[in-house]
Design a protein around this ligand. Sequence first.
Ligand code: F2R
Ligand code: MG
Ligand code: MG
Length: 299
Amino acid sequence: MNKAELRSRFRGSLLGLALGDSLGAPFEGLPPGDYRFNCSKPLYYTDDTEMMINLAESIIEQRDVLPEKVAEAFIRNLNPYRGYGPGTLSVLALIQKGIPMEQATRMVFPNGSYGNGAAMRVAPVGLVFYRDTKQLLEASEKASIPTHTHPLGIEGARIVALSVGLVLQGTEGDSLISILERNIKTEDFRRKFKLLKELLSKDTSKNEVIERLGNGVLATESVVTSLYAFLRYGNSFEETINFCISLGGDTDTIGAMAAALTGASLSLEGLPPHCLNRLEDYERILTLADRLFVLAEDL
Ligand code: F2R
Ligand code: MG
Ligand code: MG
C-alpha cells in the first residue's frame, strides 16, 4: 500500500469514528427500529469522539501512551454535556481531586468498569502502533486504565485497537477474526467470538444480533456487535451506520467503533462528503489523523 493510501485510511478511521458517533447519537437509548441516519443538520459528537481526540492529542504530544498524561488530557478538556458514562465522570472527578488513578477506578466499581468507554476511544492506538501487535496491545491497556481497569473493559479496547491496526493493513474477514481470537484473554469474549462466527455464517436477523451479541453499554455487549456490523456491512459506510443505529441501544458507540473500522478499510474517500461537511471539528480530526500518520512512520 502506498503512503497516500495509508494516510487516507488513517483519516477514514478517525473521521469515520466521529461520524459514527455523531450520526448514532440521536438514537442512543432508543429501542430497535428502522432508523436512517440524517446529515441535513450540523453533526455534533459525544464523549466517544471527545475522548478519542484527547487520547490522540496526548499520544502525539508524548509520542507514547502515558496513562497519567492521558488522564490529565481527559480532565482538562472534559465537556460534561457530551453524555459521558457516569462511572467515567466519577473516576475523572476523583483523579482531579488527587486520588491515584488505579484507586479511583476501584472506588467507583470494585473491580473497575467493564463499560465500553475504553474501547470507543482507542482507535488512535490501533493506528499509531499498527506495525507491532505487542506494542499495540500494551498501549491499548495503558489507554484504558485511566478510567477502565476491569479485564473486560480493557479487553474491549484491545480488540478494537487490534482490529483497527489490522484493517488498516488490509486484513479482513476470516483472517481478521482468527488473529483477534488468538489475542483474546477472557472467556466472555471467547464466547462472543464463537457467536460472531455463527451469526456471520448465515442469514441473521437484527433481533438475533441484539439478543446474542448485544446492543448495550458494556464492552461485552457492544464491541463484538460493532465487529459484526463491519464484517457484514463494511463495504458501505452508509449501510454500516444504518445497521448500527437500527439496533437501538448504544447506537453512538457501536456506530463509532464499527465506523472506525469501515473508515480504515474504505479510506476517507469512502465516507459521505455531505456528512463530513457537517461534522463538528472536521479539520481538527483530519489534522490529528495526519499527525498520527507521521508519528507512526517515525516510531
Ligand atoms: N452515557 C452514555 N449515554 C447515556 C446518556 C446519553 C444521553 N444521550 C445524554 O446526552 O445525556 N453514553 C456514553 O457512555 C458509554 C461509555 O460508558 P463508560 O465510559 O464505559 O462509563 P461507565 O459508567 O464506566 O460504564 C457504563 C455503565 O456500565 C455499567 N458498569 C460498568 N462497569 C460496571 C461494574 N464493574 N459493575 C456494575 N456495572 C458496571 C454501569 O451501569 C456503568 O454506568 C458510551 O455509550 C458513551 O456513549
Ligand atoms: Mg457517547
Ligand atoms: Mg454510547
